[in-house]
Design a protein around this ligand. Sequence first.
Ligand SMILES: [Zn+2]
Ligand SMILES: [Zn+2]
Length: 361
Amino acid sequence: MISITFDLWASGAMLAIRKITAGHGGLSVDDVPAPKEARGSDVLVKVEAAGICGTDLLIYKWGDFAKRMKLPTIIGHEISGVVEQVGSDVKGLRPGMRVSLESHVPCGVCYTCRRGWAHVCPHTRYPGVDFDGGFAPFVMVPESVCWPVPPEISPLQAAMMEPFGLAVHASMEGSGVSGLNVLVSGCGPIGLMNIAAARALGASKVIATDVHPLRLAAAARMGVDECVNAADDSVYETVRSLLGERGVDVAIDYSGQASALKALIQSITHGGELRLMGVPSQEISLNLEEWLFKGLVVRGLHGRGLFETWERSTTLLANGRVDLSSLVSHRVALSDAQDAFEMALNGKSLKILFEPNGACA
Ligand SMILES: [Zn+2]
Ligand SMILES: [Zn+2]
């Protein structure tokens, strides 16, 4: 076994980013025991790249979702890597294979899972939340969440397959996007990925809205037809001037903001679809009258289709129909955790990726 971190792992310790105390911040970057031998259906993955996501920021800020965590826990759940070791019951993987990790570990046996809705299983466990995650050189996960990655997909892109899967899932749900006019609200990394996914899956016009100029510039680079800065311009008026009375067929919200949702409901055509991805930070009030009279379909979305979304995401990336590379704004070492989290919080970054075993190709 040859690896940069072999000595570290063999010595039983590895550097990792852990949430150690409740409340804002509370991270430590220090040596912890490395995962022991892979047993049963477990797989030991040597992490190539791992992205900071909104959920990690919630953990950092100690939002409500984080309060289920038992501390300390190694965080990080958007992970690509190479299989280092497999347990005796692992059937489909062997050491040396490259993988990207699904971040939901559904129970597989409940009513929800049995109906094919495992991505919203109420008993889901998350690496980096409910057990040690991937902001470390090694992570131990069940085989069921390891998705083999073809060589055409780089380690950095593979680390973004988990969030990209959300965007692909949001684009495939309901009436899909093929031939339809799509409005993406909120141009953080997943909104930007959604612009690319909607384009690649055959959307007609794609319009994006946000309030940050940096994000809107990134949306323009992802091939959007029109950007609306909702701080300056009316989303509804812009949609009307572009598409007339018809409006957009599908609006996908990543912002979770009441003002954005109101503008989307106004801008969607009668009988169109509103897909909700962004989690509001508090209860919001909406007037449902317009929604009702327009006959809108409203879909709450969470996670990725297991594993149909992964199939589709793999095809889009491997064939070069979507290239996520430009979304990587920072590649950092684990020791830069504090700065990286502050940068992610102040909105001056797109995707920040840790490379726990050194820079990958
Ligand atoms: Zn995430
Ligand atoms: Zn379940």
